[in-house]
Ligand binder design. Structure first.
Ligand code: NOJ
Ligand code: MG
Length: 602
C-alpha cells in the first residue's frame, strides 16, 4: 500500500521538482559572489622594484577567474605618502606612483570587464593624509577649508604654557593621544589612526559633498562598488556649547594608558551618523545606476563591532537600505584554534539571525589586518576552514594567499614597517604589527616566489614559498589551492545557491553544515576540529538520509577520494579531517516529499 502510494505520487513529485527549479528567484550578481581581496603592494610586481603594482594585478586577473572569483576588492592604490601603506591618501583621485598610472588602472578595469570580474575599490572617508591639499589648506585656515578636519584648541599646560595639552583624553588606534599639535594653525587636530591620517570632519557638509564627488569620479571610471574603510569612525560626538568634546571613560581592561583599549570609545566609535552616511551613499549608487545603467553597484562596510551595531548597516527600521555587505568578521574575531563546534554553531547562527530574507550573508575569513587563517586555526585546519566558509550561504571574501595556505611570516623589528607595529616599540611590535600577513604573494618556486623579477621585495617572502605557491599547488590535486577551487565550483550548484542551511555541533569536536534543496543533492560539510578520531552517525544529522553518501570534497590529508562512498551510519573522521559529503538519491527525495514537507528535522 505504502509503495503504491509512493509510485502514484512520484510523478507529481517530479513535476513539482521541475517547477521548483525554475521557480528559484534570480540572484543579483553579487549575492552569491566569491570576492578576492587584493593588497596591491604585495600581489604582483611588474616593474622589478619589489613593490606590487597595477599592471602586476592586471596580469594576474585570469588567476582570479580560474579560482572562481566573481570580483575583487583592492586595498588603496591611491596617491599616498605610505604612512599607513595607502590608507593615508594625499589625492583621492590619483594613483600612487609606485603602483604606476591612471592609464594602468583604466586598463585593469577594462581587462576585468573582459573577464567578467567586478572591481571594488577601497573608499577611505574617515581621514586623508596630512599631505592632502585639503589638510594643507585647512592648517593655513584658507577660506572654505577651515573646518575640513577636526581642530581644537589645546588645554593650558601649567608646567609649560608654551606647550598646550591635548584637548581631551581620546586615544589613537595606533597608540598614544589622538590629538596632534599643528604649529602652523596653533591647534590640535584629531587623528584616530597615525598622526599622518587626520580625521575629516563629517559634520561639514562640504566634506560630505567632496567625498560623494569622489565616489562619482571612480564610478565614472567603471568601478562596481566600494569597500568603506573604518565606517564606524567617521562621526565623533557633537561638542558641547563651548565646542569641547568630553573625555571617554576608562574601560578597566588595561593599565596601559596609551593603548587604545584603555578607553571605552563611546564618543568616537559607532556614533549614529555613520550609518546614516552609508544610507546616503547607497542612494547615490542607486541613482547613479538609474542615470547610467549597468549592474548593481555595491557597498561593503568595514565595522568590527557587535551584531546590534552591524545590523542597521544592512537596513534600518525606517526602510533605509545601507550596504549590501556589512562585512561579517566573526569567523575572524570569535573563532580560533581552541573553538569548539558549539562555538562555531553559535557564531554562525547568531550572524544569520541578523540577515533577514531580503538581505544576504557574507563570510570574511581573513584580511590584511589580521593573522592569516592557517596561523589562527593551525595549518591542519586550512582546508576545513575553507569548507566552512565556502559552503555557508551567501557571499565569500578571501584574502589573497589564504587560498594557497600562506601563513604569517616572522618579521624582525628591523624589518617592521607597519605603523601599528612600529608604534609599539621593539619589545611589543610583534603583537600588533600587520606586516606578517602582508608579505609578497607566493606565485611559484623561483627566487622571491615569482612575485618580482627584481632583486628585493618590500617585505620578505615567506620561507615556505617553495611548497606553498600557486605553481606547485596547481599540479597537486590535494593542495589547498585545488580544494579551494573545487569548493568554489561546488558552491555554484543549485543547492548552494538556493538551498536551505543548518549548522550542527555533533559534539564538541565535530562541526557540521547541511545544505539542502529539494530538487538537488544535499551536501553535508563535516569538520573534525580536534586531534582525536571521531565517528558520527549521519542519520542523526539529516532525516531520511540515504544509507550511503559520497565524498564530494576531501581535505588534502584525507585518505578518502572524491566519489568514494561512506556508510552513513558510521562516518569516521581522522584528527582534523574535513570533507563535504553528498547525498544524491532522488528516490529518497520522493519519499520525503510524500511524508514530510521538509528534508531536515530540526
Ligand atoms: C582599516 C584598514 O583595514 C587598516 O589597514 C587601516 O590601517 C585603517 N582602517 C585606517 O585606514
Ligand atoms: Mg612594482
Amino acid at each position: 500500500m505504502y509503495w503504491r502510494l509512493l509510485l502514484l505520487t512520484s510523478l507529481v513529485t517530479v513535476v513539482s521538482t521541475v517547477r521548483l527549479r525554475s521557480d528559484q528567484p534570480t540572484k543579483d550578481w553579487w549575492e552569491h559572489a566569491g570576492f578576492y581581496q587584493i593588497y596591491p603592494r604585495s600581489f604582483k610586481d611588474s616593474d622589478q622594484d619589489g613593490i606590487g603594482d597595477l599592471n602586476g594585478i592586471t596580469e594576474k586577473l585570469p588567476y582570479l577567474k580560474d579560482i572562481g572569483m566573481r570580483g575583487f576588492w583592492l586595498s588603496p592604490m591611491y596617491k599616498s605618502p605610505m604612512a599607513d601603506f595607502g590608507y593615508d591618501i594625499s589625492d583621492f583621485r590619483d594613483i600612487q606612483p609606485e603602483y604606476v598610472t591612471m592609464d594602468n588602472f583604466r586598463r585593469q578595469v577594462a581587462e576585468a570587464k573582459r573577464l567578467g570580474l567586478k572591481v571594488i575599490l577601497d573608499y577611505v572617508p574617515n581621514h586623508s593624509s596630512d599631505e592632502h591639499e585639503w589638510f594643507l589648506k585647512s592648517a593655513q585656515r584658507v577660506a572654505g577649508y577651515e573646518d575640513y578636519y577636526v581642530w581644537r584648541d589645546g588645554k593650558p599646560n601649567p608646567d609649560d604654557p608654551s606647550k598646550p595639552l591635548p584637548p581631551n583624553n581620546w586615544l589613537s588606534g595606533f597608540r598614544g593621544s589622538a590629538w596632534q599639535w599643528n604649529d602652523e594653525r596653533k591647534q590640535f587636530y584629531y587623528h584616530l589612526f597615525t598622526a599622518k591620517q587626520p580625521d575629516l570632519n563629517f559634520r561639514n557638509p562640504k566634506v560630505v559633498e567632496e567625498m560623494k564627488e569622489i565616489l562619482r569620479f571612480w564610478l565614472d571610471l567603471g568601478v562596481d562598488g566600494f569597500r568603506i574603510d573604518s565606517v564606524g569612525c567617521m562621526f565623533e560626538v557633537l561638542p558641547d556649547e563651548n565646542g569641547d568634546f568630553p573625555d571617554e571613560p576608562l574601560s578597566g581592561t588595561t593599565q596601559d594608558v596609551e593603548d587604545f583599549a584603555y578607553l571605552e570609545h563611546i564618543y568616537t566609535i559607532d556614533r549614529p551618523g555613520n550609518v546614516e552616511m552609508v544610507y546616503e551613499w547607497r542612494k547615490l549608487l542607486e541613482n547613479y545606476r538609474k542615470e547610467h545603467g549597468g549592474d548593481t553597484r555595491i557597498l561593503m562596510t568595514e565595522s568590527w563591532s557587535s551584531l546590534d551595531i552591524i545590523k542597521p548597516y544592512f537596513r534600518d527600521i525606517r526602510g533605509n537600505e545601507g550596504a549590501q555587505m556589512p562585512f561579517n568578521f566573526r569567523l575572524i574575531t570569535e573563532l580560533n584554534a581552541t573553538s569548539t563546534a558549539y562555538h562555531f554553531k553559535n557564531v554562525i547562527d547568531s550572524w544569520m539571525a541578523i540577515v533577514d530574507e531580503n538581505h544576504t550573508a557574507n563570510w570574511v575569513l581573513g584580511n590584511h589586518d589580521r593573522s592569516r587563517v592557517g596561523t589562527r586555526f593551525g595549518e591542519r585546519r586550512i582546508d576545513g576552514m575553507a569548507m566552512v566558509e565556502l559552503t555557508l550561504p551567501g557571499v565569500s571574501v578571501t584574502y589573497q594567499g589564504d587560498e594557497i595556505g600562506m601563513t604569517d611570516v616572522d618579521i624582525t623589528w628591523e624589518q617592521t614597517v607597519d605603523p601599528a607595529g612600529c608604534n609599539e616599540g621593539r619589545e611589543n611590535y610583534a603583537a600588533k604589527s600587520r606586516d606578517p600577513v602582508r608579505t609578497p604573494f607566493q606565485w611559484d618556486d623561483s627566487s622571491l616566489a615569482g612575485f618580482t623579477s627584481g632583486t628585493n621585495t618590500w617585505l620578505p617572502v615567506g620561507p615556505n614559498y617553495l611548497q606553498v605557491n600557486v605553481k606547485v599547488e596547481s599540479s597537486n590535486p590535494k593542495s589547498h589551492l585545488n580544494i579551494f577551487k573545487a569548493l568554489m565550483e561546488l558552491r555554484e550548484s543549485d543547492t548552494f545557491l538556493y538551498g536551505d542551511w543548518r549548522t550542527i555541533a555533533f559534539n564538541e569536536q565535530v562541526f557540521v553544515i547541511v545544505r539542502d534543496l529539494p530538487s538537488s543533492s544535499t551536501y553535508i560539510t563535516v569538520v573534525n576540529l580536534g586531534n582525536s578520531v571521531q565517528i558520527i552517525n549521519g542519520s542523526q544529522l539529516v532525516k531520511y538520509i540515504p544509507k550511503a553518501l559520497s565524498y564530494a570534497i576531501v581535505d588534502g590529508l584525507s585518505s578518502h577520494n572524491i566519489g568514494d562512498s561512506v556508510n552513513t551510519g558510521s562516518i569516521k573522521l581522522q584528527p582534523y579531517e574535513a570533507f563535504v559529503l553528498e547525498a544524491k538519491r532522488p528516490a529518497d527525495r520522493m519519499v520525503r516529499a510524500v511524508i514530510c514537507d521538509r528534508w531536515l528535522n530540526f
